[in-house]
Design a binder for this molecule. Structure first.
Ligand code: Z2T
Length: 837
């Protein structure tokens, strides 16, 4: 149309679409405009939430300009893009982040202050987008921030769940779950693209025919279908005009297809089918590091990967390139095995619909995909039963069997007559019924496989993917140590510390080049600087103490040592060991004379985190923590020497308050079980010391900050197998200190001991799989070292500064660059500001 218009019309459009100014008056006008028109409210009869909505809408206008401009310029230039496929994006709140990244927070703050509102209150009104369980989902969110900040052409693809991770409330010490209906009010951070709708099939049968050349063709005829509708979430980079996109799919019933379905004439059944279509994107599965095997979950996975691939292929086809160019235009990263069906779907599209030969198609597929593994825990490995796959996706099952056959034939050529090897490497596990090993399929269909920390990447090469390393060679298996975005996890969550760092280093450059923090090392011996440093930590602790008062109704002293463990509740993370030590400490204090008590370092032990609703033992750990808290917190013999709190409903926005306020935090998984951990990085970046095992990224943090600034204990990953063996087959006695603690629980010190028996049994009957007893002595010792070190406040503050100063490596900018350079082969593409954004 543009071409047909007279010049004057084009000029008018250009003039009118130039961006609005970002001065206070223009912004205030835009806010008031949204109050009185979009929200249809009276101008000054409104609460914080209405103010939030208006500020959000005004922010969104500016966000969309950038998004439009970025997407427009990228469509034209059409550089190679990366597509990050993740079932989880744990974004948290958007407004504060968007304002900071766009450099508009101060102006908006002043604007709304004059209008009678405080920025903090307005920010607090936003509900979290909690479309993730924990580390994996938050990692995806940090990577999206870094990709945009570094100007990489990148899209995320995920699902728009109606219900995010459940809300946790504590009732009588037990976790209870409530649905997180987060879309109750309009979500200003998404752009519904109702015009983008893709039909996704399920079930049915495969029609096999011979084409005119005698080649066998397979045509999948699905029995039913649903629509995928796109919702776009703009992700603004920090200090750049680039604004990337996360496309989230929502399922809707199809209108045409089901009119002819077998339910014709059965109205009620037809309505039921329509309702079932909407169920696909209804709820996020609440399991972290476990696999449930539910049919609806497999439907989610296929629905999402098919819609995403269709979208990617459609974009590629616009450019009229050869199919062989596909891997030069498209890189697809698989965030764990959840999107592995994308491999099969692309092979199907290329072979069945685009008529490529199997080998040409497979070459394109394997050059396109790369796969990130996030765990070695056997219970987390995705397996789908063959009958379920056949029923839901019959053609895909055939393709999986073909991929497997051709793969195993090649293995046989390289390592002849090793039936055991073929069995171990097969994508199909010979069980009753047969199971599809999604991790094997992901490895076979990708050109690179990575772990998420150095130790973990080595472990996968020697355990779950050992045979694959022997077959493919070492080069295919690489490490990409996780990272976190310093924009959200320092600049936004800890504004005072951010300001002090900027003042000290002389600019904000460090926020894009985190290794510049090294400059803080010079300041360690400056007492004035240390004073400012500790004052900020103290202010953050006061803020957390207020949150604890509101959420737990417990008064804690900000002068005590704040000891934090917040993360998903899982046996391998050993919150159980932490609370057992708290009991040990409690009993020790109780045994003291008043003068001995005077020497005790007061501690507040802070827990937070959700247990999967079906994870009985994890839920008992929560119950025990609350049982201990109840007794300890009201014991006058202990007073402020020890407090225990469980902060309910831990999520991203609560983490933003907790992370800057810790003195010490606990990252104490049994060595070899935590793939990386990312909260460890967040705490240390904020000058919080950590106590941890030699596991995941703790090891690399130790290497960066030095052994004087971290408290390490426990066995080595290397020794775990032997220790478990000993634990099982020789009657290793329980650590005596631990034995004392267990006896106290069994005597009923913390409510009815019968309740905790199954939990205690994991140490005895269950043979202490996570080696709590073995590690307990060194855990006690490490905690004593913490107390001793904290006594020397000036030295402690120095450690704290050195922590922050040496965390540059753990910026997600570094991680993302490593993926971009050596896995995706993509280049930054900064947008040009032509006055529209
Ligand atoms: C998850 O959050 C993680 C691993 C999973 O394996 C699943 C989920 Cl939902 C299937 C975590 C790891 O436990 C953690 O160590 C790591 O830091 C994080 O992923 C990001 O890589």
């Amino acid at each position: 149309e543009k071409a047909k218009w007279p010049k004057s019309t084009v000029q008018l459009w250009e003039k009118l679409s130039k961006k609005e100014a970002n001065d206070i008056e223009t912004i205030q006008k835009s806010i008031v405009h949204h109050v009185t028109t979009t929200l249809a409210r009276a101008a000054y009869n409104m609460d914080n939430f209405t103010a939030y909505q208006a500020v959000a809408l005004s922010t969104r206008d500016r966000l969309i300009s950038r998004w439009n401009e970025t997407q427009g310029q990228l469509s034209k230039a059409d550089p190679k893009r990366v597509y990050y496929l993740s079932l989880e994006f744990l974004l948290g709140r958007s407004m504060d982040n968007a304002l900071l990244n766009m450099g508009l927070k101060d102006t908006y703050g002043k604007s709304i202050e004059q209008l009678g509102f405080r920025m903090e209150d307005v920010i607090e009104s936003e509900v979290d987008a909690a479309l993730g369980n924990g580390g994996l989902g938050r990692l995806a969110a940090c990577y999206m921030d870094s990709l945009a900040t570094l100007d990489y052409p990148a899209w995320g693809y995920g699902l728009r769940y109606t219900y995010g991770i459940f809300q946790q409330r504590i009732v009588d010490g037990y976790q209870t779950e409530y649905p997180d209906y987060w879309l109750n009010f309009d979500n200003p951070w998404e752009l519904p693209r109702l015009d983008i709708s893709i039909q996704i099939g399920f079930g049915g049968h495969v029609q096999t025919t011979q084409d005119e050349y005698g080649v066998t063709r397979h045509n999948w005829i699905p029995a039913s279908s649903v629509q995928a509708i796109a919702y776009d979430v703009p992700i603004p980079g920090y200090d750049t005009g680039n604004c990337n996109n996360i496309r989230l799919w929502r399922s809707k019933p199809t209108r045409v297809f089901d009119l002819t379905s077998f339910n014709e004439g059965n109205y009620e059944k037809s309505v039921e089918d329509a309702t079932n279509a909407e169920k696909i994107t209804s709820v996020l599965y609440p399991n972290d590091n476990t696999m449930a095997g539910k049919e609806l979950r497999l439907k989610q996975q296929y629905f999402w990967t098919a819609a995403s691939l269709h979208d990617i292929v459609r974009r590629f086809k616009k450019s009229a390139r050869e199919w062989t160019d596909f891997p030069d235009q498209v890189a697809i990263q698989l965030n764990d095995t959840h999107p592995t069906m994308a491999i099969v779907e692309l092979q199907r599209l290329l072979v069945d619909e685009e008529m490529l030969s199997w080998d040409d198609a497979w070459d394109i597929v394997t050059k396109t995909f790369a796969f990130t593994n996030h765990t070695v825990l056997p219970e987390a490995m995705e397996k789908w039963s063959v009958p379920m796959m056949e029923y839901l996706l019959p053609r895909h099952l055939q393709i999986i069997f073909d991929i497997n056959l051709f793969f195993l034939q090649k293995v046989e050529m390289k390592f002849p007559n090793d039936r055991g090897l073929l069995n171990r490497m097969s994508i199909i596990e010979e069980a009753q019924p047969q199971q599809i090993r999604m991790a094997h399929l992901a490895v076979v269909g990708s050109h690179k496989v990575n772990g998420v920390a150095a130790l973990h990447s080595n472990l996968i090469k020697t355990t779950i993917f050992k045979d694959f390393v022997a077959y493919y060679g070492e080069e295919k298996f690489v490490n990409r140590t996780n990272g976190i975005t310093p924009r959200r996890w320092l600049h936004q969550a800890n504004p005072q510390l951010s300001a002090l760092i900027t003042e000290t280093l002389g600019s904000q450059k460090w926020l894009k080049e985190l290794t510049l923090l090294k400059g803080l090392n010079n300041k360690v011996d400056d007492p004035e600087f240390r004073k400012k440093w500790v004052a900020i930590k103290r202010a953050n602790k006061v803020r957390l103490a207020e949150l604890i008062k509101t959420r737990c109704n417990v008064t804690v002293s900000p002068d005590a040592l704040f000891d934090v463990q917040v993360k998903r509740i899982h046996e391998y993370k050993r919150q159980f060991m932490n609370i057992l030590y708290v009991i040990y400490r409690y009993r020790f204090i109780k045994s003291m004379t008043p003068s001995q008590k005077a020497g005790v370092q007061p501690r507040v032990v802070i827990f937070g985190g959700k247990a999967a609703p079906g994870y009985y033992i994890a839920k008992l750990v929560i119950k025990l923590i609350n049982g201990v808290a109840k007794v300890v917190n009201q014991d006058p013999a202990v007073g402020d020497l020890l407090k225990v709190v469980f902060i309910p409903d831990y999520n991203v926005s609560v983490a933003e308050v907790i992370v800057p306020a810790s003195d010490i935090s606990q990252h104490i998984s049994t060595a070899g079980t935590e793939a990386s951990g990312t909260s460890n990085m967040k705490f240390v970046l904020n000058g919080g010391l950590i106590i941890g095992t030699l596991d995941g990224a703790n090891i690399e943090i130790l290497e960066e900050i030095g052994e004087d600034n971290i408290f390490i204990f426990g066995c080595l990953a290397h020794d775990v197998e032997d220790l478990r063996h000993a634990q099982r087959y020789r009657n290793v006695p329980m650590n005596p200190a631990l034995q004392g603690v267990i006896s106290a629980i069994e005597k009923g010190t913390f409510e009815d001991p019968k309740v905790f028996q199954p939990l205690i049994s994991t140490l005895t009957v269950g043979k202490d799989f996570y080696l709590i007893s073995y590690d307990f002595a060194s855990y006690i010792a490490a905690n004593q070292q913490v107390d001793a070190a904290y006594k020397n406040q000036e030295e402690w503050i120095k450690k704290s500064i050195r922590c922050t100063a040496n965390m540059g490596k753990f910026s997600s900018d570094r991680s993302v660059k490593e993926y971009a350079d050596e896995i995706w082969d993509i280049k930054p593409h900064p947008v040009v500001d032509e006055g529209y954004m």
